[in-house]
Design a protein around this ligand. Structure first.
Ligand code: NDP
Length: 393
């Protein structure tokens, strides 16, 4: 029987997920795209005139509205590519309607920039009782980076001792300052304190305190800064024997200079301030001023390279491998009208959902990506537009 797929969130990532689900229509069947603003859903639908797509307006902060929507369409899966603020409301609607769930980013409270899986993992029992699966973090990072770690563990090591996740976006959109995905989420992440895990504990750093230069294949040498990133929380739990894990992301000087200036004048604030009798949240106002990430697609040139370096022991000897994926912004735009940051997130979201619908990744409860057999996912990456490489270092 033809399946029904509900995609929530018609932003940059949502657009890619819709395009890729349509390319795999034999798995996803009828697609319902729902978001806060109906016109954004309609715009995406208009790019695929021959596809079986319906659109709906929904407030995904409202669990009751979500339950009503899910019941009205009888969907086989919910792909959540709205914002991290909506994760819990959507998960609760999935529990109530016994519908499998997938997202690409961990829950965040709008008033607190805190990245952790706690509240989502706490729903494990409820998902088990409902007899359904939730797959958390099926984007690139988190997502593919977790799968790379599981693949290294399965095929290359007896024990992995250290992991460095290396995220480079060398795309140039021609603006002095813009973010490649939702500005609010992006700026909250990169202006927060850094953190890495070593010998069983988290070590906190000042924002951008630790820097290294990494030579990214097909891109070149780039300044890379240590950040906290959410996939580390689940990887320290699931990769046994791990002694250290760190995450590095590249930033250009112009981006950092703008971000520091905006932070210094309070524009990255997430608490309400009073302005001429109105209450505004500075970072939300900044989002209004900055270019819409969806509009960057047509002007972004260059490549992304995201990967992991794992070091550990195999048959008594120490070894290191580098698994990475390179995407080209212009090639992504030519295929799905989105730049590579949305593309590299949307394709893995589609792949995770495909493996769930096909029953290749299955279970009852709340899961992270590295808990499943990585081979299916790695094969799909090669087939669906994100080919990867492995180098022994
Ligand atoms: P966008 O801001 O472009 O899109 C988000 C969409 O969600 C918008 O269409 C927005 O609607 C919709 N939305 C927001 N609030 C609600 C609500 N209450 N009800 C219904 N719809 C809502 O973001 P991106 O597409 O760039 O990012 C999507 C997700 O992907 C985010 O969670 C982000 O953190 C994650 N991400 C994950 C990455 C990874 O590698 N794992 C990398 C990049 C992003 P409207 O248009 O009306 O505002």
């Amino acid at each position: 029987m033809k399946k029904t797929t509900l995609i929530i969130g018609a932003g940059g990532v949502g657009r890619v997920v819709v395009h890729k689900c349509v390319q795999n229509a034999e798995v996803f069947g009828r697609i319902i795209l729902a978001s806060r603003t109906l016109s954004r859903c309609e715009e995406i639908k208009s790019e695929l005139p021959n596809a079986d797509i319906e659109t709906r307006a929904v407030d995904a902060d409202n669990t009751e509205a979500l339950i009503a929507l899910i019941e009205s369409i009888d969907t086989d899966i919910v792909i959540n590519v709205a914002l991290p603020y909506q994760d819990l409301a959507i998960m609760d609607a999935c529990i109530a309607t016994q519908t499998p769930y997938l997202d690409t980013a961990n829950y965040e409270h709008p008033d607190e920039a805190k990245f952790e899986y706690k509240l989502q993992w706490e729903r494990d029992e409820a998902f088990k009782k409902a007899g359904i699966m939730a797959l958390l973090g099926s984007g690139f990072d988190p997502g593919v980076t977790n799968v790379f770690c599981a693949y290294a563990q399965k095929h290359y090591f007896d024990t992995i001792e250290t992991i460095d996740i290396l995220d480079c976006n060398a795309g140039d959109h021609g603006y002095a300052f813009a973010t490649n995905f939702n500005p609010e989420i992006n700026l909250r992440e990169v202006s927060a304190k850094g953190r890495y895990w070593e010998e069983g504990r988290w070590i906190e750093t000042e924002p951008m305190e630790i820097k290294m230069v990494w030579d990214y294949p097909e891109v070149g040498k780039k300044d890379s800064y240590l950040l906290y990133h959410e996939e580390m929380e689940s990887l320290v739990k699931h990769i046994k024997g791990l002694q250290r894990i760190r995450f590095f992301m590249t930033f250009g000087e112009s981006y950092l200079m703008h971000m520091k200036s905006l932070e210094n004048v309070g524009m990255l604030g997430i608490q309400e301030v009073e302005h001429k009798g109105m209450k505004i949240v500075p970072i939300e106002f900044l989002k209004t001023l900055l270019p819409d990430p969806a509009s960057l697609g047509s002007r972004t040139k260059g490549k992304t390279n995201i990967g992991i370096v794992a070091t550990g022991i195999k048959d008594g000897s120490k070894k290191s491998i580098y698994i990475y994926q390179v995407s080209d912004h212009e090639r992504c735009f030519a295929e799905v009208n989105s730049q590579a940051v949305s593309y590299t997130t949307g394709v893995p979201a589609m792949i995770g959902a495909k493996l769930m619908l096909e029953g290749k990744w299955s279970g009852n409860g709340v899961y992270n990506m590295e808990e499943f057999d990585p081979d299916f996912f790695m094969d799909e990456l090669n087939k669906q537009g994100l080919p990867w490489q492995i180098k022994e270092l």
